[in-house]
Design a protein around this ligand. Structure first.
Ligand SMILES: [Zn+2]
Length: 211
């Protein structure tokens, strides 16, 4: 878990001085979690999927198997709803915690029928953000938090959001119900249930032979 965080947050982080001229979007500035915790920062923002580069790569790889014509257009413009709240995790005010809800509708390929469909993702996060060498305090409720070790004191919020979306993506996305799946699969499954009972005959034969 720690390694994954390091890779995602810090290979991509911009490294200007913290007081570099502000960019237009607070998600993309390197920020200090401790400063955000100190002021109890709450961030409510919408951002398009296209601004999450690794997520876009992930979706494109998923869609590659699909024919270009059936791909939904403009999926990159779909919104990601983001709410992040920063606070101190401990009364000593040493370790910042970020809690958040992130939701988005992300195009996916159903692993049951191979049709492209909008997969609703609702991710929650509760992360303690530790700087190098820091330990969570003894009073910290570790059972209800994930612990992320940072490599430096600044993070980009876009990387936190992207990581939690990727973690929330199911390994095998499927239409919520088989009724929503493409027709050929439904037919296949119904036939399968009715005809494949290889052991029922065998069982009755065994019962007969035992008597
Ligand atoms: Zn399906």
């Amino acid at each position: 878990m720690f390694m994954r965080f390091r890779r995602t947050i810090f290979d991509t982080i911009l490294r200007p001085p913290y007081h570099a001229p502000a960019m237009t979007n607070p998600l993309f500035n390197p920020v200090s979690p401790k400063e955000l915790a100190e002021v109890g920062q709450v961030i409510d923002i919408k951002e398009n999927i296209e601004n999450f580069e690794r997520l876009v790569e992930f979706v494109e790889a998923d869609l590659e198997t699909d024919s270009a014509e059936s791909r939904p257009r403009r999926w990159r413009a779909a919104p990601v709803d983001i709410r992040l709240e920063f606070a101190w995790s401990d009364s000593l005010q040493k370790i910042p915690v970020v809690r958040g809800q992130i939701s988005a509708s992300i195009v996916s390929v159903c692993q049951r029928c191979l049709e492209v469909f909008p997969l609703q993702i609702n991710a929650s996060l509760k992360w303690l953000l530790l700087e190098p060498g820091e330990e969570p305090g003894e009073m910290t409720d570790l059972a209800s938090h994930e612990v992320w070790e940072l490599e430096q004191e600044f993070v980009r919020l876009v990387d936190i959001v992207e990581e939690s979306l990727l973690m929330a993506m199911p390994l095998a996305p499927k239409h919520e119900s088989v009724d929503s799946c493409a027709t050929p699969v439904k037919e296949f499954e119904v036939v399968g249930v009715e005809t494949s009972r290889p052991f029922s005959d065998l069982k009755s034969q065994m019962e007969k032979s035992e008597k």
